[in-house]
Design a protein around this ligand. Structure first.
Ligand code: ADP
Length: 625
């Protein structure tokens, strides 16, 4: 009984953890056929043409030499020359015609397939990127998901050859089946014993090939992570994004050492893979040599015994090698197909990566919005420690809240939870009395215009960077101008070579511009203003500025925001004076809450202490009244 339970458990576990080869092959092929049918139906016609060309070429090689040899032998044995010579010439002409036709069909198919292949590869790349952009944010920093993305990228391109790579193998298997059936039919009439010799030989060789494939697939699974690390150190860290830090901290040696370490580990995986596959190849070669010897011995024996003519002998020798080639081709084809589908299946796994966040369908109601955090606790996925614990706060519509606290106190995490980049671990966040998990996430995110500390500008034009999701056809250029004016970037923008159309960064256009730190912040703030969302959040995008400049920007921004709800984060006190309320984060929760006047008077208060320490910065800027 116990044994039975264990067996069932092992069986279900295997099923859950790792799908089987045939499962992966079936699903991948279904996807491949469906995509090719939806996106480029002509590939099926092209493969059909290719198949006809290949079969024609083989029939020519199998049958015409036999017919020709029999005619020549008949002439040499004294039969009527005019009849047999005439036949022989006809076979030669047929050979030339079949050769030309088969090659022409092959060429037509191959040249068009090359173009279709690029087209279909682009479609797959597009689907992969679309998934990466649409997946829940927390997946984008999850190492398991990142490894899966590398496997998906490599699996659907290099390793599987993409859609045409897999369809090409299906076509080759179909061709080999046709060749096998032709050869088997011939042998049934001429040399029936050849069949078991070939089948046993092929069975053994396929077995060795499958063992090689298993070794190769295991290596592929290990290489996903190693390649990602290797390319991270070698290419990404060498990119402009890391350029300054890498140089100033003299880290190129460190990067090279790390890249070399992971490079060596990949080489080791490849070495083990080669050693394993080569052993199986040797065994296959030995079986092959025996198969050849036995087949030829048998055909020769039947010819000597007078069962076969010289033409039959030629055909049988050719058919023996074709039967073997076709059986081997089918075995290798199926093996290669399962291997390629196994790699490409990683792409399907990635496309189907489950959502991390629960998704509702409630619509956001028009008008004012009240935010409530109710006993919210949170720890990051895969982390042990809570980052926030029992956070309670109510932010009324139109209220301006300042969140302060030391670095690492959980301020940004609070915002990430509010914007639903993550879901809370415990407690609830309510907007207008409804749990935010119940809202449609796309609708919900429209509530916010956020400028994070690590905001990113893209290598698009300045106006596209401001309009972002509403760039292209929906862009309201007058509104872009207004947003730039409000943030104070407009004057600088019109001085650029192509004004708001100037491309940011020089990576794609030598006439592109590199904005200064302050201009970049203004561009990011313009983006938030353009969005015109009811809740505006600044999460220290100004941390690089000195306290007074930061204070000025926050103050100006606060005027621009007007009657909307606003949340300002800083570990300095820049935004506290003009905000309605201040929440002080410490020890994973909100320790103090109130107006500036209330908190500053609190004895031994965290805020009062921070204020005393920082007030020197603000006395001249009007912060301390
Ligand atoms: P603050 O904005 O107050 O500086 P954060 O909210 O960024 O603080 O970070 C709070 C804590 O959460 C820190 O200890 C930080 O290391 C941790 N943390 C931040 N982001 C992640 C993440 N993606 N995964 C795991 N831990 C994180």
């Amino acid at each position: 009984m116990w044994k039975e339970e264990k067996r069932v458990k092992a069986k279900t576990q295997k099923k859950d953890d790792k799908p089987g080869v045939w499962f992966m092959t079936r699903h991948t092929l279904k996807y491949v056929f469906k995509t090719a049918w939806q996106e480029k139906k002509i590939v099926f016609l092209l493969y059909f043409i290719k198949l006809i060309g290949l079969i024609l070429g083989e029939l020519k090689l199998l049958l015409l030499p036999k017919l020709l040899v029999d005619e020549v032998v008949a002439i040499s044995e004294g039969a009527a020359v005019d009849v047999h010579l005439h036949n022989a010439i006809r076979y030669v002409v047929l050979t030339v015609g079949a050769e030309l036709l088969s090659r022409t069909l092959g060429n037509i198919a191959d040249s068009s397939l090359a173009y279709c292949s690029v087209y279909l590869d682009r479609i797959l790349t597009y689907r992969l990127c679309e998934k990466s952009m649409d997946m829940d944010f927390q997946h984008t920093e999850d190492p398991e998901v990142l490894d899966q993305r590398t496997k998906a990228q490599e699996g659907i391109s290099w390793y599987s050859g993409g859609i045409t790579g897999m369809l090409g193998v299906v076509c080759s298997v179909a061709y080999n089946i046709a060749l096998m059936l032709t050869s088997v039919t011939l042998f049934m009439f001429y040399c029936p014993l050849i069949l078991p010799i070939q089948i046993i030989g092929m069975g053994l060789i396929t077995y060795f090939n499958f063992r090689s494939q298993k070794i190769a697939t295991e290596a592929f699974m290990k290489l996903g992570k190693l390649n990602r690390l290797f390319f991270y150190y070698l290419y990404e860290v060498a990119s402009q994004k890391f350029g300054k830090d890498a140089r100033l901290y003299d880290s190129s040696d460190l990067m090279s050492r790390r890249a070399a370490k992971f490079g060596n580990e990949s080489v080791e995986v490849f070495r083990n893979r080669s050693e394993g596959t080569v052993k199986n190849d040797y065994k296959g070669n030995i079986v092959n040599a025996f198969r050849d010897a036995l087949s030829y011995f048998y055909i020769g024996y039947r010819t000597l015994k007078g069962f076969l003519t010289l033409g039959d002998l030629t055909m049988c020798i050719s058919a023996a090698s074709r039967l073997y080639q076709s059986l081997l081709g089918i075995g290798k084809g199926v093996q290669s197909l399962t291997e390629k589908c196994g790699y490409a299946y990683q792409f399907l796994v990635y496309l189907d990566y489950p959502d991390a966040l629960s998704k509702g369908s409630e619509k956001i109601r028009e008008g004012e919005h009240e935010i409530v955090f109710e006993n919210v606790s949170f720890k990051y996925p895969r982390a042990e420690e809570y980052v926030l614990k029992n956070v309670n706060i109510k932010i009324r519509s139109g209220e301006h809240l300042s969140i302060v606290g030391l670095n690492g106190a959980g301020k940004t995490t609070f915002i990430k939870l509010l914007c639903r980049l993550y879901d809370v671990s415990e407690g609830r966040i309510l907007i207008d009395g409804v749990d935010i998990k119940d809202y449609s996430i796309e609708e919900y995110r429209k509530l916010f215009a956020v400028v994070f500390q690590d905001f990113q500008l893209f290598a698009f034009s300045l106006k596209d960077n401001v309009a972002m999701g509403r760039a292209d056809e929906d862009m309201d250029e007058t509104k872009v101008e207004e947003s730039l004016k409000l943030s104070g970037l407009y004057e600088d923008a019109i001085k650029l070579d192509e004004g708001m159309d100037t491309l940011l960064f020089k990576s794609f256009d030598e006439h592109g511009t590199e904005l200064s730190g302050g201009q970049r912040q203004k561009a990011a703030i313009s983006r938030a203003l353009y969005r015109n969302a009811p809740i505006v959040i600044l999460d220290e995008p100004t941390a690089a500025l000195d306290p007074i400049a930061e204070y000025d920007i926050y103050k100006k921004f606060d005027t621009l925001v007007g009657g909307k709800s606003a949340i300002y984060i800083s570990h300095r006190l820049s935004s506290c004076k003009f905000c309605d309320r201040i929440a002080v984060f410490s020890d994973k929760t909100i320790r103090e809450y109130g107006t500036h006047e209330e908190l500053v008077k609190k004895e031994n208060g965290i805020y009062a202490e921070m204020f005393a320490a920082q007030s020197q910065y603000y006395t001249n800027s009007g912060f301390c009244a």
